[in-house]
Design a protein around this ligand. Structure first.
Ligand code: BGC
Length: 768
């Protein structure tokens, strides 16, 4: 596939799309998303609405309108635009008949720019630009211009349209719109249907060029509009407008906040707002950017992915999850999976530590949801939700897929058997501790999670007295096609790790912070015998070992399953939309796996020899379908560790373009499946830093094992490690680490297992 079928490259930050294709509308909306972790405004034309998947997803607005699917709500659209030129409605869908449009997206500042030339009205041009502000998270600012107007009658219908696109809605009711003619502000109040969260959308606007000759207010059931007759000035009309959104979860009085911001933003004007917004991004990129020299397309793709991982994270809050599709649409319920800790988080761990902390604090605040889930299923401690919204209660329904052949519902056990999400969170806490050195967080928040996860594992695990070992039976690992398996290696190793870290911090606190430990023991009623039991389990848990061929079995008896490939299975499908997994799918009784599983174990734990890595990589690779966007980046990391730079690069191509060159159907089996794959986006950071640069972290500190693909001349990235800043430069045969002058300590690190020390302001350069 050629990228030029999808977009062209303007430069290393800017992507361009010329001539819009209808089958790509869903992807434009997601790929060209303006976002800031609070809201996500899809990349649609100003004149588009729900038919073309226009939406602005607002964080923290969970609503269960249909009694089945809790999801985030879409805000009414305050950038609604209807343009009439001499009475002819313009820019309406299908736009191809009327306009030639060029879209441009700037990933440095998240700026969507659209330029359309009329085919029907000679020379008439529309240029519109918008961004979701990082300076004021509630704001989307827009500059809209019409030029080359030759004595035409221009009518513009602006306003706030509450008739929005919803997957499982409608989520809004009780609309009330008002127009304040003094201030030029419109607002629309509503509330969510089931959760009753008030939501206010406001619009302020001013004409920079042109004169309003006539204005009429139009109230509809779910919307409020202004019909404007406008006289052009020097053949031009220029409009600045601000869309402001506040919910009742943000402020007690969202209306007054929205009006205040609407006024203020109008006063400041588009240019000033843009500068303030850009200044925030400039700061972010200082640590988060990755520069690729030698391949412009790859550079742009890397930034695309970094951008999307950043805007998916609600960095402003410690109470909200990163959705598997971020805020790009309502799919996957705006909720966190294990993706959050294992895929999205690593980038923040080594760049924006505060954001990493907030992500983990979210797991602390949702402990009660996890406790409830454990209790409901007959366990103790914290069993985290497979799909976790604001409260942490399980959002994953028991019936996720439908058998397309029989039409019957499939009882998948993602919600009750996919237990690795709990130890994955413990794993992330440990890594946060190593990367930040923030013991305070562990003592005040992390320890409680670690203890409750250990408690859960204790209650979930079985003792096999014949083998004198602990086992985890009836579960599913990362590979979701095989459910109801025993001793998934990934889960068993992760569980041992989680138990060990709980024990480690228990004794560390006992020695260093006995009072804090005592408080926590009392709070969660922890007994010493429990800790002794964790110790015994961690020593006697069954950890599948490499066999005579160095292979680790993914789960008990996996090697006895039919040995085949995904290509063979494709020919066995009766219907292309069939689900491949448990209980009856084509992959179930075969060794074909959906995604990295043993390989996922390797990316997280560096405890196996190179021979074992090689044997398993070569074995599992041809048996992996990569049916999940999470998979390629993890294979890439292990490929690089094996020195197979070109294979890592092939996986880069697979992973980095999942959304950029998406030909996936937007809707499958009646379910909308579009949106940004945020785990793949976060995976790109891992692929480069943990893969090509071979960075690992453990108690001894940072280590690197660099290797680089032929296509890239150089990679530059930044690290924030224990409050010290570093710049890394990876070349074809060299690796350089420079320490920021302001660092207050020497860094000890290793490259190819050789140790180095790095003083503030100095650099270490290694040739290989
Ligand atoms: C993957 C899971 C992942 C989920 C959300 C599924 O397709 O198999 O590993 O957590 O998508 O991204």
């Amino acid at each position: 596939m050629n990228y030029e079928d999808f977009f062209s490259i303007k430069d290393d930050w800017n992507l361009q799309i010329e001539g819009l294709k209808e089958e790509q509308f869903v992807h434009y909306g997601s790929n060209l998303l303006c976002g800031n972790g609070y809201l996500g405004y899809r990349g649609t034309l100003d004149e588009w609405d729900k038919e073309q998947y226009q939406a602005c997803v607002i964080t923290d607005t969970y609503d269960l309108a249909d009694g089945k699917w809790k999801e985030l709500s879409n805000s009414p659209n305050a950038l609604t635009t209807e343009l009439r030129v001499d009475g002819q409605k313009f820019g309406d869908y299908p736009e191809q008949d009327q306009m030639i449009t060029e879209l441009n997206f700037n990933y440095k500042y998240g700026i969507f720019r659209r330029k359309s030339k009329s085919k029907t009205v000679n020379d008439l041009e529309i240029v519109s630009e918008r961004f979701a502000s990082y300076d004021n998270l509630h704001l989307i600012a827009n500059n809209y211009q019409i030029s080359k107007i030759k004595k035409k009658k221009i009518e513009l219908k602006l306003g706030i349209n509450g008739d929005v696109w919803d997957l499982n809605g409608p989520h809004l009711e009780n609309f009330k719109g008002e127009y304040d003619s003094q201030k030029n502000i419109l607002y629309l109040k509503a509330n969510t249907v089931e959760s009753k969260i008030p939501l206010v959308t406001a619009l302020s606007f001013k004409l920079i060029k042109g004169k309003i000759k006539n204005l009429k207010v139009e109230n509809e059931k779910k919307s409020i509009y202004l019909l404007l007759n406008i006289e052009a000035e020097a053949e031009k009309i220029e409009l600045e407008r601000n869309m402001i959104v506040y919910s009742g979860n943000d402020r007690e009085n969202p209306l007054s906040s929205a009006i205040k911001d609407a006024e203020l933003t109008l006063e400041l004007g588009y240019q000033k707002l843009k500068e303030k917004h850009q200044a925030v991004w400039d700061e972010k990129w200082k640590l988060m950017d990755i520069e690729i020299k030698g391949n412009l397309l790859d550079q742009l793709a890397v930034r695309f992915n970094l951008y999307h991982n950043i805007i998916a994270a609600p960095a402003h809050s410690e109470h909200l999850p990163i959705g598997a599709r971020g805020l790009s649409c309502q799919a996957y319920q705006g909720a966190a999976f294990w993706d959050q800790e294992i895929f999205n988080l690593p980038m923040f761990l080594f760049t924006e530590t505060e954001t990493a902390k907030n992500i983990l604090k979210y797991r602390y605040h949702t402990l009660n949801g996890a406790r409830k889930k454990a209790k409901d299923l007959g366990y103790e401690g914290a069993f985290y939700a497979w799909i976790s919204g604001k409260s942490g209660k399980e959002l994953c329904p028991s019936f996720f897929f439908k058998d397309v052949i029989s039409g019957r519902k499939i009882r998948n056990h993602f919600n009750d058997w996919q237990i690795h999400v709990s130890p994955d969170i413990s794993y992330a806490i440990w890594n946060y501790y190593l990367a930040s050195g923030d013991l305070d967080f562990v003592i005040n928040y992390g320890a409680e999670i670690l203890f409750e996860v250990a408690r859960f594992l204790h209650s979930r695990i079985h003792f096999n007295q014949y083998k004198d070992q602990y086992e985890i039976i009836r579960l599913l690992g990362p590979d979701e096609y095989h459910e109801n398996v025993d001793n998934n290696a990934f889960t068993n190793y992760q569980s041992q790790f989680a138990l060990k870290k709980a024990i480690y911090f228990y004794y560390k606190m006992e020695n260093e912070y006995p009072e804090k430990l005592q408080q926590l023991i009392e709070k969660i009623q922890l007994s010493e015998s429990e800790v002794t039991a964790w110790q015994e389990i961690s020593e006697k848990i069954y950890l599948p070992q490499p066999d005579q061929n160095n292979l680790i079995e993914q789960f008990d008896d996996y090697f006895d399953l039919e040995d085949t490939t995904a290509e063979v299975l494709e020919n066995r499908l009766i219907d292309q939309e069939e689900y491949w997994g448990w209980p009856n799918g084509v992959a179930v009784f075969t060794q074909v796996i959906k995604q990295a599983d043993i390989i996922q174990l390797f990316t997280l734990h560096d405890i196996f020899s190179e021979e074992v890595l090689t044997a398993n990589y070569d074995y599992y690779e041809p048996r992996t379908q990569h049916g999940s966007s999470l998979s390629p980046s993890q294979y890439a990391v292990v490929a690089a560790r094996l020195g197979r730079a070109e294979e890592c690069y092939d996986y880069f191509k697979k992973s980095a373009f999942i959304d950029l060159m998406s030909t996936n159907k937007a809707v499958s089996g009646g379910t909308f499946i579009g949106g940004i794959h945020t785990a793949a986006a976060g995976g790109i950071w891992q692929l480069i830093v943990n893969g090509f640069a071979g960075m690992k972290i453990d108690k001894r500190g940072l280590s690197f094992k660099p290797v680089l693909c032929q296509d890239w001349k150089e990679v530059n990235f930044n690290l924030n490690y224990q409050d010290k800043k570093f710049k890394a430069v990876l070349g074809q045969n060299s690796f350089k680490l420079t320490a920021a002058v302001e660092n207050n300590e020497i860094l000890k690190f290793s490259v190819f297992e050789k140790e180095y020390t790095l003083k503030p302001g100095k650099e270490v350069k290694i040739k290989f």
